[in-house]
Design a protein around this ligand. Structure first.
Ligand SMILES: Cc1ncc(C[n+]2csc(CCOP(=O)(O)OP(=O)(O)O)c2C)c(N)n1
Ligand code: SF4
Ligand SMILES: [Mg+2]
Length: 305
């Protein structure tokens, strides 16, 4: 039977950490390790999850875990996997997994990630996306969405928050033709667990991009984090999808699958206005966000249906 939020193992592998209450990133790491099990070997770059997880003498991982330089998550995964192989360990027994933030993945870590995919190293890379550099005080990354207020994209008389669009890392990664990639949300836990199980059972490089709200950076109550992680999917600003490369799907170029298509989109305005970081958005800017969502969905329905 597939794992879901009700039957997932009670054993905790990531606990006692110092994350803020309501942290979506820590929920993603905790859930992923329940699927990957105690033999998983984890690598985490500089970022909130390493900052809250490795506080000497308290290591908050029950499995093996280490911190990597900010840029080097995927390169360190490559090294760990080679080391385990040299020791005669079977990849099925111990998944090598990285947990990196949006900055650590889409900005400084993208070169190492691209290299690991190019070599098709047998590793699972999970990007927990809280949409800014949270650990250093909420600076913009290339996954910060249009309009969001951060300390480097302030809101004031002459500035309107983030001016750039969120980079599509899932499609950039899929364009490499790797065995498996997926998007997920901590608000759709059963879907996330299913994708983790799927990724665990595949060899070669796998990638999961999970949206993981942050009360501190998003300016919303911690009790609303799972709701926001659902709302962003329901209003169409984040889609749940999978890519299976040729070696898994057997189809030249691979296949994309959309896992959830809202019959009618929930309100983008309600999603945005529930967060302090978007409070200054004008009506015109909100309709710009809606138009860009609609253009994206037209592409999805045309190309992936
Ligand atoms: C080479 C280098 N540059 C900058 C830093 C400082 N730094 C540590 S964590 C961090 C932000 C990480 O952001 P993200 O990857 O999105 O993870 P989050 O903190 O949001 O979980 C930065 C800039 C560093 N550790 N190393
Ligand atoms: S700042 Fe955000 S991402 Fe970092 S620990 Fe707190 S809630 Fe989690
Ligand atoms: Mg981040």
């Amino acid at each position: 039977m597939a794992m879901n939020a009700k039957n997932m193992p009670a054993d905790e592998l990531f606990f006692g950490h110092k994350a803020c209450a309501g942290c979506g990133g820590s929920l993603a790491v905790r859930a992923a390790l329940k699927v990957l099990g105690p033999n998983a070997v984890a690598a985490l770059p500089a970022g909130c999850m390493s900052a809250v997880g490795f506080n000497f003498p308290q290591l908050c991982f029950a499995n093996n875990a280490m911190i990597t330089p900010f840029a080097a998550t995927a390169a360190v995964l490559t090294g760990i996997e080679a080391g385990l192989r040299a020791q005669g360990k079977k990849p099925d027994d111990c998944t090598v997994v990285g947990f990196a933030g949006d900055g650590g993945t889409a900005d400084i870590g993208i070169q190492a990630l691209s290299g690991a995919i190019d070599r098709n190293d047998d590793v699972l890379y999970i990007c927990y996306d809280n949409e800014a550099y949270m650990n250093t005080g909420i600076q913009k990354s290339s996954l910060t969405p249009f309009g969001a207020k951060t300390t480097t994209t302030p809101v004031g008389k002459n500035s309107h928050g983030c001016l750039t669009q969120k980079k599509n890392v899932f499609e950039i990664v899929a364009a490499h033709g790797l065995p498996y990639a997926a998007t997920a949300s901590v608000g759709y836990m059963s879907d996330f667990l299913k994708k983790l199980e799927r990724a665990k059972g595949i060899h070669g490089t796998r990638f999961i991009h999970v949206i993981a709200p942050c009360p501190t950076g998003w300016g919303a109550p911690e009790s609303k984090m799972v709701d926001l992680a659902r709302d962003v999917v329901d209003c169409g600003l984040w889609y749940l999808a999978e890519y299976e490369g040729e070696q898994v799907s057997g189809v030249p170029g691979g296949t994309f699958t959309l896992n959830c298509k809202p019959r009618e989109f929930a309100s983008v305005r309600d999603y945005l206005k529930g967060q302090g970081r978007f409070r200054a958005l004008s009506d015109e800017e909100i309709s710009l966000v809606e138009r860009s969502r609609d253009a994206k969905w037209e592409m999805i329905e045309r190309d992936w249906a």
